[in-house]
Design a protein around this ligand. Structure first.
Ligand code: ARG
Length: 420
């Protein structure tokens, strides 16, 4: 094939209709992927294996989703519980990296997509499928994350993303569903585009797109609006080992359970609402409303503990690397070697990130109130204002003289030029 005709066909991983015999569809049970399940059978004359993955999205009824796929003609329908893997291999490193994209978004969707794509490639092998199908649009980040992961892990598999291709709008999809006997839940009329898992929930679209308006109240499905949160604060203590939360109020808990419990307390106290303007990989600027109760509390506590056990130099350098970590993950580059390099750095620092952090949750805020650590680089007898401390104050003037040397010289030079 000449390079021109290859280019005309687009990227090599996109499937041509005749190449698809059996595909694994990342299935959520919602309108898009339900229409897709039928559409692929009709348009591609292909078999569909439906795959729904549990990453801890709170409301989903997985058995109903599994059955719905079968009723729409899937040759197999699987639900995979990946909560523990998600927490251990995706959320945990993001905690060590204090991950917040552009300072506000703890990347839960961005963490989930590479795992969904990885599991899809595994299921494709087990079921002899040649193609992965997903419901991402051509405007978002999720297509980048899924396509990049599949193309990395299984370059021989093809990808189809019907929403990117079909020219159906929402009303046409609903009409298609009616025509093909696809049950449309009343949730199809939902005013926002939602994605959620264990680590957070996002809402986009609809009236959220009006940047001049405050977030519409009906967006919030997890976190109690701070104005309606209890008048009494809630105080909790999170214990960390190796940079990861391991206990809540002294009780050791597996990560998934700990995240759930922290989320519950934070939700009640109005903590974890983020109204975020962000830059998507494909260049669009959008507004997201996030509900990230557990992430807000755990990341706040984790950062605070790092500050206590790391040196000043580390505390200045790490946020730069944290920022880079979040950007790579946001951009879907989960298998980029630089990310593995950064993870090695995060793991090395995390060896010392051990201790307990008390956090007060009150009407939308999460404030650190106490910290204790066997690894603290803190000595009260050095820091104290009381007399007879062991810090040698007599050494300070000499230090300051050298420490300020260049700055003083530069000042003198520029004053001299001004004067002369
Ligand atoms: N803006 C967030 C991100 O890029 C959330 C995206 C939510 N995805 C969705 N398909 N609704 O990770």
């Amino acid at each position: 094939m000449s390079s021109e005709s290859a280019a005309a066909l687009g990227p090599s991983y996109l499937a041509q209709p005749h190449e698809v015999h059996r595909c694994v569809l990342l299935y959520s049970g919602g309108l898009d992927t339900s229409v897709m399940l039928k559409w692929i059978q009709d348009e591609y004359d292909a078999e569909v294996v439906a795959l729904c993955i549990d990453l801890g999205q709170p409301e989903d009824d997985f058995e109903a989703i599994r059955e719905k796929a079968i009723s729409l003609g899937a040759v197999a329908s699987l639900v995979v519980d990946a909560k523990d893997e998600f927490a251990r291999d995706y959320v945990a490193p993001s905690i060590r990296a204090n991950a917040k994209y552009q300072g506000g978004y703890p990347p839960f969707t961005a963490l989930g997509r590479p795992l969904l794509a990885k599991i899809a490639t595994e299921v494709a092998r087990e079921h002899d499928a040649d193609t992965i199908a997903h419901g991402c649009t051509g405007k978002g980040n999720d297509q980048v994350r899924i396509d990049a992961t599949v193309a990395t892990l299984a370059p021989d598999l093809k990808i189809i993303a019907p929403v990117r291709e079909w020219q159906m709008g929402r009303d046409e999809e609903i009409a298609y569903a009616a025509e093909h006997g696809i049950p449309v839940a009343s949730t199809a009329a939902k005013p926002y585009s939602i994605d959620d898992n264990l680590w957070g929930r996002s809402s986009e679209g609809g009236t959220i797109e009006d940047l001049a308006a405050p977030p519409p109240e009906d967006v919030f499905q997890l976190v109690t609006p701070p104005t309606r949160a209890p008048d009494e604060p809630a105080d909790i203590t999170i214990g960390f080992r190796e940079g990861l939360p391991v206990s809540l109020d002294g009780e050791e808990l597996p990560l998934v359970e700990l995240i759930r419990r922290v989320a519950e307390i934070a939700c009640r106290n109005g903590v974890g609402i983020v109204d975020h303007i962000e830059d998507r990989v494909v260049g669009l600027k959008v507004r997201d409303i996030y509900e990230v109760p557990a992430a807000e509390v755990i990341l706040t506590a984790h950062r605070e503990l790092e500050k206590l056990v790391c040196t000043g130099r580390e505390n200045h350098a790490k946020p730069e690397l944290d920022r880079l970590w979040a950007q790579l993950v946001y951009e879907g580059l989960w298998y980029e070697p630089l990310l593995a390099d950064l993870n090695a750095f995060m793991a090395a620092v995390s060896e010392r990130v051990e201790g307990e952090v008390g956090v007060r949750l009150y009407k939308g805020s999460a404030t650190v109130t106490t910290r204790t650590s066997p690894r603290a680089i803190y000595d009260r007898s050095l820091a104290t204002f009381d007399a007879d401390a062991s810090f040698s104050q007599n050494s300070s003037p000499g230090f300051i003289e050298l420490f300020s040397l260049q700055s003083r010289m530069a000042y003198r030079v520029s004053e001299g030029r001004r004067g002369g």
